[in-house]
Design a protein around this ligand. Structure first.
Ligand code: C2O
Ligand code: CU
Length: 486
């Protein structure tokens, strides 16, 4: 595939081409004899969603949000045909998957956009087990409810839990008569004051809340205080597509052990999650195993995932996702016995007890990155402002940024230096990095205001990979850069 044909956007023709030999060889090395091919079809289209007694016009991969659950085993080939039923172009990105670069779903870099009415087939090996998700990499389409979960099962992991629930969090802008594109336009043209959440509260961010957080430190931590975390005030926060006054019910039996796969698919909101009457044992973040760690509540930034296990009590319990620094929450009901459902405003005590951020976890032995001196260090200063609404890396925006160069086989270190007053969940495509301070393996990590988080990875997946804030309004207005192999 002559990648230069879609040169434009962030694609750099002087660097490793997404459709080139090196990418094809890397994929060939990943393929296993006898691997299954798992086929699926996605049909993004205009839909009417029922948020629970409230119908909204939006776009979806099916008639409810999230989109269809895709499920494969590690090593399987996933073959997904996308039939674009939208009146505009789209794309599908496989968030967190270390896949071949030309299937990464970034228009202008790894492929052409899928035209309105057009089709496109993604086909790639899914090498690592874990909880992933998919969404367009086209403007702010993610915020229209175009998202779904991809679970890659570990064939060697069985019998550790009785049941599994998939819980997807979202912030909801549509239904107010405005689309995410309208919101982006108003943020850009009016400087954002129309949509601004309070900017205060950032000062309260505890140092060490993120990368410097030790296991001991977590004990004393109450709230991670993400403060005026988002730029957009949303009318609803959803769990599995439902607003809190008409929540979904997750049913189980007392004493069952449940694995909950949590995905934050929101565009502008970090959530603090707790299950009333229960503690959460975190076993994985962004698909990779951690030393199992128990907490009362967990913070997930946009694009982050966490798997937790819970031993169910007997009764009815609220699963609550509080929008950090905003007013509002998502609610789901966990039911194992008799009892009346919780109110939409329920606030379980667990939310304010021992709260964990995923970057502070420690990796399971099997996924520790061996210590090694970095061959290449890139420092990314994260800045920007609400007025004008513009988010920057090293003082400038996406269109003016040269690629971050890496060499095949190198140990690469990225230093995210947050000089702004907002938190930024920083995501690297195609790789899972180790957070330097804790070693935890992730692909998306929250960098709180005025802090630095360094991450390291081995450059073994050649191509051109977007590295950006997963607040998609930040990414769209400048906080995105190409990380490209020489
Ligand atoms: Cu979910 Cu470019 O990412
Ligand atoms: Cu950001």
């Amino acid at each position: 595939a002559g990648a230069a044909a879609w040169a434009g956007g962030l694609f750099d023709p002087r660097l490793v081409a997404p459709g080139g030999d090196l990418v094809a060889r890397t994929e060939a090395a990943r393929r296993r004899a006898g691997a299954r091919t798992v086929s699926a079809r996605l049909n993004p289209r205009p839909v009417t969603l029922d948020l629970g007694g409230r119908q909204v016009q939006t776009w979806g991969y099916q008639d409810s949000a999230p989109g269809p659950l895709l499920r494969a085993r590690a090593g399987d080939v996933l073959r997904v045909e996308v039939a674009n039923g939208l009146a505009t172009e789209t794309s599908v990105h496989w968030h967190g998957v270390a896949l071949r670069n030309d299937m990464d779903g970034v228009p202008g870099v790894t492929q052409r956009s899928i035209a309105a009415g057009g089709t496109h087939t993604y086909e790639f090996t899914a090498p690592d087990p874990g909880t992933y998700f998919y969404h367009p990499h086209s403007g702010v389409q993610l915020d229209r409810a175009l998202y779904g979960v991809l679970v890659v099962d570990d064939p060697h992991e069985a019998g550790r839990y009785d049941q599994e629930w998939i819980v997807v969090l979202d912030d909801w802008v549509d239904g107010t008569g405005r689309t995410p594109d309208d919101v982006l336009a108003s943020l850009q043209s009016m400087g954002g004051h129309d949509d601004m959440a309070g900017m205060n509260g950032m000062a309260g961010m505890e140092h060490g809340g993120m990368s410097g957080m030790s296991m001991g430190g977590m004990e004393s931590m109450t709230s991670p205080l993400l403060g005026g975390a988002g730029d957009v005030v949303y009318p609803h926060y959803l769990i599995n597509g439902r607003a809190p006054d008409a929540p979904v019910t997750l049913t189980g039996r007392p004493r069952q052990r449940v694995r909950i796969r949590l995905v934050n698919a929101a565009s502008d909101t970090a959530f603090r999650i707790a299950l009333g009457g229960h503690r959460l044992t975190v076993t994985h973040t962004d698909g990779f195993p951690v030393t199992p760690t128990t907490c009362d509540a967990l913070v997930l930034g946009m694009g982050e995932r966490a798997d937790v296990t819970v031993d169910l009590g007997d009764g009815v319990f609220p699963l609550v996702a509080v929008a950090e620094g905003k007013s509002g929450q998502g609610v789901a009901v966990v039911r194992t016995g008799a009892g009346s459902p919780p109110a939409a405003t329920v606030h379980p005590a667990e939310l304010d007890l021992r709260v964990l951020l995923t970057g502070g976890l420690s990796p399971a032995d099997a996924v520790k990155l061996e210590r090694r001196k970095a061959d290449r260090v890139h420092r990314l200063e994260l800045g920007g402002s609400m007025m004008p609404y513009r988010w920057t890396i090293n003082g400038t925006t996406t269109d003016k940024l040269d690629p971050l160069l890496v060499g095949q086989g190198e140990r690469v270190r990225l230093e995210f230096v947050n000089q702004s007053t907002m938190f930024h969940p920083m995501h690297v495509h195609g790789h899972t990095f180790a957070v330097t301070d804790t070693g935890v393996r992730k692909d998306t990590v929250i960098v709180v205001p005025k802090q630095t988080v360094a991450v390291e990875f081995d450059a073994t997946n050649p191509g051109q990979w977007m590295t950006h804030c997963h607040n998609i309004y930040h990414a769209e207005t400048g906080m995105m850069i190409n990380l490209a192999y020489q």
